[in-house]
Design a protein around this ligand. Structure first.
Ligand SMILES: Cc1cc2nc3c(=O)[nH]c(=O)nc-3n(C[C@H](O)[C@H](O)[C@H](O)COP(=O)(O)OP(=O)(O)OC[C@H]3O[C@@H](n4cnc5c(N)ncnc54)[C@H](O)[C@@H]3O)c2cc1C
Length: 341
């Protein structure tokens, strides 16, 4: 069996490499090193319902398939490495602050209900039973049981541990030759010419008393969207801005916008410590769906996962490992890297 080089050791490249090693392949991962990947900012929502978008049916199917694979992916990786990934299946709540926000949320809920995504609409009193820290101003919401979460930094640390002998620090300027999987996030554009562009995102990390929030909270707040992702140690990830820009500047205005929305939804967060602001860039494509498949000869691509690379890691890893071994899963058909040619 030929050796495989995986270019890019973010959450996608490492997941693919891990699956290949499990199948007995000899693998090298070439990564620039450090924490420059989008995974470092990612909140870790595994949200096939929350990420439903109009006109994205094949992507929706892929999100659902990957969500189904997450529990066993996490259990297996935890068993193999002894790392705790903080996989949490408590679910999410959608929350609308004003009447206009509720009208907007209802349009999205109707769309999800048409697609039979599990969801239960709730009046404010029931919502506050699920999440007592929510503001009394909240007008309505919904419980979304199948949107789960994991801590992406822990996932990457576990994958790096599982692949300790295979990961090499090197910023590649061209492809190495031989069987290669290009999973370099934004770096994929320079290595292949494929259209992967940066979409800037800022997240904040707050820290306070553990247990103030029990679920992921997705807020519709005065026309803005914000999410709050609570971790067991009292950290709350607040995200995220989305801008078609490539810079790393943390602007006062975007921090203000996220904090104002977060505190409007959960007033107690004003007492939390602001511990981190971090900007990274989602690797995105013209249709915001990933590039998955054979590009040229021995080169396979797994990139452009935009807002959902953490959620899509398990299914991407399985499908790309299959492809390297010569099996083409029908799920790949809609995501051909050549579809924009
Ligand atoms: C603010 C924000 C919030 C997000 N929240 C979520 C979320 O809640 N849920 C979710 O599912 N997704 C989320 N995402 C999206 C997710 O982070 C990305 O889709 C995912 O990280 C893509 O994984 P990747 O491995 O393809 O790319 P990256 O994570 O960007 O990793 C790419 C890797 O390739 C390396 N590399 C690049 N170029 C080269 C080169 N030339 N040679 C060698 N190595 C190279 C980089 O150093 C990096 O390690 C979020 C993203 C952002 C920015």
């Amino acid at each position: 069996m030929s050796h495989v080089t995986v270019v890019g050791g973010g959450i996608i490249g490492l997941s693919v490499a891990w699956r290949l090693v499990q199948r007995g392949r000899s693998v090298t991962v070439m990564d620039s090193g450090g924490d420059e990947g989008a995974w470092y900012a990612a909140a870790g929502m595994l949200a096939p319902a929350g990420e439903t978008a109009f006109g994205q049916d094949p992507l929706q199917e892929l999100l659902l398939e990957s969500a189904r694979r997450w529990p066993s992916f996490a259990a297996e990786l935890e068993r193999e490495t002894g790392h705790d990934l903080c996989y949490n299946a408590t679910g999410a709540v959608d929350v609308a602050l004003t009447g206009d926000d509720l009208a907007e949320a209802r349009r999205m809920w109707a769309f999800r209900e048409q697609r039979e995504l599990k969801m239960r609409r709730l009046p404010p009193s029931d919502l506050r039973e699920l999440e007592p820290a929510l503001s009394p101003r909240v007008r309505g919401g919904a419980h979304v049981p199948d949107d789960h979460q994991v801590d992406p930094r822990r996932v990457v640390a576990a994958l790096r541990a599982a692949l300790a002998d295979a990961v090499t620090t090197s910023r590649m300027t061209s492809l190495p030759g031989g069987t290669t999987v290009v999973a370099a996030g934004l770096g994929t554009a320079g290595l292949t010419g494929l259209p992967v562009r940066p979409v800037k995102g800022l997240v904040l990390r707050l820290r306070g008393e553990p247990g103030v929030l029990r679920h992921i909270v997705n807020g519709y707040v005065d026309g803005r969207h914000v999410y709050l992702v609570p971790r067991p140690d009292g950290e709350v990830v607040v995200g995220a801005t989305q801008e078609e820009r490539a810079d790393f500047t943390v602007t006062a205005g975007s921090v203000l916008e996220l904090l104002r929305s977060a505190v409007d939804l959960v007033p107690e967060l004003a007492e939390f410590e602001l511990t981190e602001t971090v900007v990274r860039h989602r690797p995105s494509t013209p249709d915001n769906a990933p590039l998955l498949g054979r590009w040229t000869g021995d080169v396979v691509v797994a990139a452009g996962h935009h807002r959902n690379g953490v959620l899509l890691a398990p299914v991407t890893a399985d499908l790309i490992a299959d492809l390297v071994e010569g099996r083409v899963d029908p799920l790949l058909a809609a995501f051909s890297p050549g579809r924009f040619a």
